[in-house]
Design a protein around this ligand. Structure first.
Ligand SMILES: [Zn+2]
Ligand SMILES: [Zn+2]
Length: 338
């Protein structure tokens, strides 16, 4: 009985003192976290020193055309084309490069618009014009805890460079870029066909040791034969299923110009497409009925190297220095005022 009384008294004591203090602590904690302002997207319109440039954008998945300001459109391009974790100066270099690329397409600036969707200046198909993400898509694509900061960071990079483009001899350049050059960017004529004075290959130690520096891709003879079947008439493997590869011709930077498969010549670009390799900077080893490709870089390798831009930014280089490094003899200038 006495024991029951003690338990009862303790319970009363808890109800009178312990419970309220727990509740107060709970409330206080809630109040403290509620007091922190929720992270918000900086939706202040981006003002360009050259005035507002409007463009029409075709959205293939929605099958409609919308009108946007150039600077707001570029936020969506940078969101889609460069990892948000990259340094601010790299994001700014990407913004200026993407702005130059875009303005070249605008009818208001003498461009031809998007030739696949004639009602628009640009489309959001990354295999045709530039990739683009709307705010909601961009925010949903990032982890929730960093999404708003990422978008604010990209908006700041676009705003800091508003109206700026890359020119060569006073003309807008063809501001091509790629993900990772693998150690040396490529001359335009080696990737495509024309010599472009500002698209010269440059050594790029800045992208070393990152995601695409070296990747390995293994195929069985059967997988290899199936993948290259559209490019060669002959059977591309030996009777033992051994992939028949030889006679590689390379550009000055080591990228594959052409290769012979079962005696037929296939371009490096076609081999890359057939096997879905990240670049044409490939070497391989045939062992038994397997072929293993080692690939450096990701993308065509011409113009701005994105991973390199991030590496230069990490070494304290500005976006102007980055652009002037990857595009030979260029200037960063303002668009003519509208
Ligand atoms: Zn297009
Ligand atoms: Zn590079």
């Amino acid at each position: 009985m006495k024991r029951l009384l003690v338990i009862f008294l303790l319970l009363i004591l808890f109800l009178v003192i312990g419970l309220p203090s727990l509740l107060v602590r709970g409330c206080r904690q809630e109040k403290e976290s509620a007091a922190l302002p929720p992270p918000t997207v900086d939706f202040i319109p981006i003002v360009s020193p050259v005035g507002e440039v409007l463009l029409t954008v075709y959205l293939p998945e929605k099958e409609r055309v919308m009108t946007l300001s150039l600077e707001e459109y570029l936020v969506g391009v940078v969101c889609a084309e460069m990892p948000a974790a990259f340094a601010p100066e790299a994001l700014k270099a990407q913004a200026v490069s993407a702005r130059t690329y875009t303005v070249n397409q605008l009818r208001a600036f003498g461009g031809g618009g998007c030739d696949r969707h004639p009602a628009a200046d640009v489309c959001t198909d990354s295999t045709h014009c530039q990739a683009w993400l709307g705010y909601e898509e961009a925010l949903a694509a990032w982890p929730a805890e960093e999404a708003v900061d990422n978008l604010n960071k990209i908006r700041a990079a676009v705003a800091a460079t508003a109206g700026e483009v890359v020119t060569y001899g006073g003309e807008l350049i063809d501001a091509v870029f790629h993900s990772h050059c693998g150690g040396h960017t490529e001359n335009s004529e080696d990737a495509w066909s024309t010599v472009v004075p500002y698209l010269r290959g440059v050594p790029c130690p800045y992208c070393a040791g990152t995601r695409w520096s070296e990747t390995v891709h293994e195929f069985t003879g059967a997988q290899f034969a199936q993948a290259v079947a559209a490019y060669v008439a002959a059977v591309p493997v030996s009777a033992a299923g051994r992939p028949l590869l030889g006679g590689a011709e390379r550009t000055s930077t080591g990228r594959l110009k052409s290769v012979t498969i079962a005696g037929e010549t296939v371009t490096g670009r076609d081999l890359r497409a057939a096997l879905n390799l990240p670049s044409t900077n490939v070497t391989w080893e045939v062992t038994g009925d397997k072929v293993v490709f080692t690939v450096k870089g990701h993308g065509h390798g011409v113009g701005l190297c994105q991973y390199g831009a991030n590496g230069m930014a990490a070494q304290g280089k500005t976006y102007r220095e980055i652009l002037e490094y990857y595009y030979t003899g260029v200037e960063v200038s303002l668009l003519p005022s509208t």
